[in-house]
Design a protein around this ligand. Structure first.
Ligand code: ARG
Length: 463
């Protein structure tokens, strides 16, 4: 099952072309055409540098550049005939260039290798992917800050162990998610800075015998510098691992967020409602309105975590320098970018439209004795040791459970049975509003602190 001729770009030493199954096994064009615009950008910068050092004439450079730009347009128009027999995006473009401009096309690959070429393409692609993703994360952050401002006074139960713990404001809760996403965006920016260096010039692994000007190519392509060591430049994929790792962290955050939305949308909680356009129905149960965006986000988190494991495992056994294994970095990297960007964009669209049922949220806090800690703090201020106060309040809660009422509904005389430090003013600390307002310091849940935190978050986002 061999093809007739040997391979057109590396066939010189081969007596026959690859077996059809081998050709299908080794090609990467079926999953990497998104690299094409970056491959062309890199080739133009490389050819320009070759002209600058006198390896090409400027007329030759211009013909190559125009030929590449014409191919770029053809690709953008979806009219490029990708040929799997040419293996990858690099050879497809180079072969087409030679077809279009003739013999001169064969000079483009002077002083480079596909090894430094692909490393360059992937870094250029990742830079754009990161910029887009950071923009979407920031859009979601902005939506959450808006929601926090809108719901700065809305009381809901704060949970630990998913048991009602202390009252918080809905706005405070949203700003917690915003803070996690702010760190995610910062991480992506740091990864961008580390990845934004030029591999080209490393050639296959050891550098090239031509007097290349790498700084010039780096500047042309918007890189902040060149990768110092040629072996490192063609072989490591730590930038891809960092990107997928930061993405897995984002997905982990979104997945926890999703879990809360799913719970809150359940009628058992009934805290929030989403517009119908962000939900789907059941084919059998007509009453159902399902939070599928959140559920699928939680589900897709598994995929991105898998991609991180795949990339770490891909690299762990490779000796220096380039190995074909590296071709397997693309699907995990591309799918990670697609998945995390789509999930973040959907959340950014959806979150500003979340309707909060403040009565239901408040009722859940009231039923859960969320102000028990406030009563303990009250006793401490009256001179009771905290451990004793804890015990006294525990007795009060158990009496309220027996009587089927909430702490604020217990009679003063009943409360005083447990401690004579309790006075008539105790009811002020037993209200939910009093409880949240009392946590009035940086990082606390008091509505005025939430508003101040939202303003700080907005300033950080703008800055
Ligand atoms: N498609 C290859 C990759 O993604 C391009 C580099 C091929 N280099 C080679 N020496 N076969 O890694």
């Amino acid at each position: 099952m061999s093809t007739q001729s040997s391979h057109q770009t590396w066939g010189g030493r081969f007596a026959e072309g690859p077996d059809a199954r081998v050709a299908a096994f080794t090609e990467s064009i079926s999953f990497e055409t998104r690299l094409a615009p970056y491959d062309i950008q890199g080739s133009i910068a490389h050819a320009g540098m070759l002209a600058h050092i006198g390896v090409l004439t400027s007329a030759e450079f211009e013909t190559i550049r125009d030929g590449l730009l014409a191919i770029d347009e053809q690709i953008a128009a979806g009219e490029f005939p990708w040929d799997p027999a040419l293996e990858d995006v690099h050879m497809n473009i180079e072969a087409r260039l030679t077809e279009n401009i003739g013999h001169l096309g064969k000079k483009l690959h002077t002083a480079r290798s596909r090894n430094d070429q692909v490393a360059t393409d992937v870094r250029l692609w990742l830079r754009d992917a990161l910029d887009h993703l950071i923009g979407e994360v920031d859009r979601l952050r902005s939506g959450l800050i808006g929601l926090a401002e809108r719901e700065a006074d809305t009381i809901m139960p704060g949970f630990t162990h998913l048991q009602v713990a202390q009252p918080v404001t809905f706005g405070h809760h949203m700003l917690a998610w915003q803070a996690m996403l702010a760190r995610d965006a910062e991480r992506l920016g740091q990864i961008r800075a580390r990845a934004n260096v030029l591999p080209l010039g490393a050639a296959a692994l050891a550098g090239t015998t031509f007097a290349i000007d790498r700084e010039r190519v780096a500047a042309e392509l918007g890189f902040d510098g060149v990768i110092d060591n040629s072996l490192d430049a063609v072989s490591d994929r730590d930038f891809a691992i960092e990107f997928v790792s930061a993405s897995a962290t984002i997905m982990m955050h979104l997945s926890r967020f999703s879990e809360e939305l799913i719970l809150w949308m359940s009628p058992a909680f009934g805290f929030v409602e989403l517009p119908d356009r962000y939900c789907t129905g059941s084919s059998i149960m007509p009453q159902k309105k399902n939070p599928d965006v959140a559920e699928l986000t939680r589900g897709k988190t598994a995929r991105v975590q898998g991609h991180l494991t795949a990339l770490l495992t891909l690299m762990k056994g490779q000796p220096l320098a380039y190995n074909r294994d590296n071709q397997e970095d693309k699907i995990p990297m591309f799918d990670t970018a697609d998945t995390v960007t789509t999930c973040i964009a959907l959340f950014a669209d959806m979150m500003p439209h979340v309707a909060v049922d403040s009565a239901q949220c408040r009722e859940a806090a009231r039923r859960g004795f969320a102000t028990a800690t406030d009563l303990a703090d009250y006793l401490v201020r009256a001179g009771v040791a905290f451990r004793d106060a804890h015990e006294i309040v525990g007795n009060c809660v158990s009496t309220a459970i027996e009587q089927g009422c909430d702490l604020a509904e217990l009679e003063l005389a009943t409360l005083q049975r447990f401690s004579d430090a309790i006075g008539g003013d105790v009811y002020e600390v037993l209200t939910l509003e009093g409880s949240v307002a009392a946590r009035d310091h940086i990082g606390g849940t008091a509505p005025n602190q939430v508003r101040a935190a939202a303003a700080r978050a907005r300033a950080a986002l703008a800055g």
